[in-house]
Design a protein around this ligand. Sequence first.
Ligand code: ATP
Length: 409
Amino acid sequence: MLSCGGHGTHAIGFHEGFAQACSVLERGSVKVDTAGISPPPTDACMLPAMTTIRMEKLAKRYGNVEAVRGIDLTIESGELFFLLGPSGCGKTTLLRMLAGFLEPTGGRLFFDDRDVTQLPANKRQAGMVFQSYALWPHMSVKQNVGYGLDIRKVSGADKERRVNTALETVQMGHLGDRRPNELSGGQQQRVALARALVVEPSVVLLDEPLSNLDARLRQSMRSEIRRICKEHGLTGVYVTHDQEEALSMADRIALLREGQIQQSGTPEMLYSRPNTRFTAEFLGETNLVDATIHAATGNGVELDTPLGRLSSTALPTDLPEAGNVTCSIRPESLRLIDQETSHSPAAAIVTGQVQERMFLGERCRLTISCGDAATPLHVLEIGAEAEKTRQNANVRMAIEPEDVVVLSD
Ligand code: ATP
């Protein structure tokens, strides 16, 4: 019988998940520590040495499926790094190679300067949190958390103290004697996190850890997981297909597509300066506008578009001198203005008519048809202008050059 929540497309099955979890937890065992890995710290409050993860042309092929295609990436020590992308893009495969559950078919993997490409899971300094939690149903919370220490031959007062510390960290100290089936989904998730932390890893790998929780709980666990990673100085690698989760939690994100990194950077950078349509559309809503390069300006270009002439200062490095391009304009960067509203002299003014107005609580979503544009613009407005705006109203919008992002595809 499973005590865990549901499974996603590539969730690891319960027994497999638990076996793998234990396998990772074993990595600090006195009997396996033969690969130059420093012995685990004995004091539960000690921060482990931080670890940098470096991938060199890391690849995984299943038969003729190229799941991960030569990834070069460095995740800095102490960083909370997200692997984001649609189903089947290779996130889980990449994470499982980091954990040591899958052997790469190409490339190399380093933890700091140590080549761990061939190192078994139980010898890596990594703790893993599974989507399915993978808790033993017949064991109490404390026993589940302590299991990894049993394998490491940590016992007695030391074990007790470390289990209690891990449970306190995830605010589960008061529920140590319960069985997993007496816990909510969120509490089970915390136990899974405590089990990864109790062995004091320097790297924590999280595979869609919040996907079985309801929306409200997911929100509160986001800051909780981030807090724990930061307080423990962990290098965290977190797999998700939820762009909001990635944007709100990550230090940096790699957006994957068909086994390759499409773009990586801080959440702000990926959101505000996407370099392709794929990134622009995957991370939040956007308006894609066809354009023809009209002329270069001092620090940008002028573009002819169905909305009229727009200026852009957000350009890709491979911008052609002439020809057709596509621009991304985020709905919240289109600003409704009236005669008195100020805007920069470089802003383009676009007129249109409101086709649809959708009230979303703190915001209003407007669909606006403009001039020759076949596709209406989506606009997100907060505040007075949105409240005044009604269906069929004629409106004016200001578009600033830095908000017109020219894409490289
Ligand atoms: P999801 O978000 O749905 O979990 P993902 O991004 O984690 O997807 P992976 O599970 O890494 O994607 O799969 C990447 C590709 O490799 C997919 O095309 C998948 O069908 C394929 N794949 C994964 N595991 C295997 C396997 N054991 N044998 C063959 N193909 C596999």
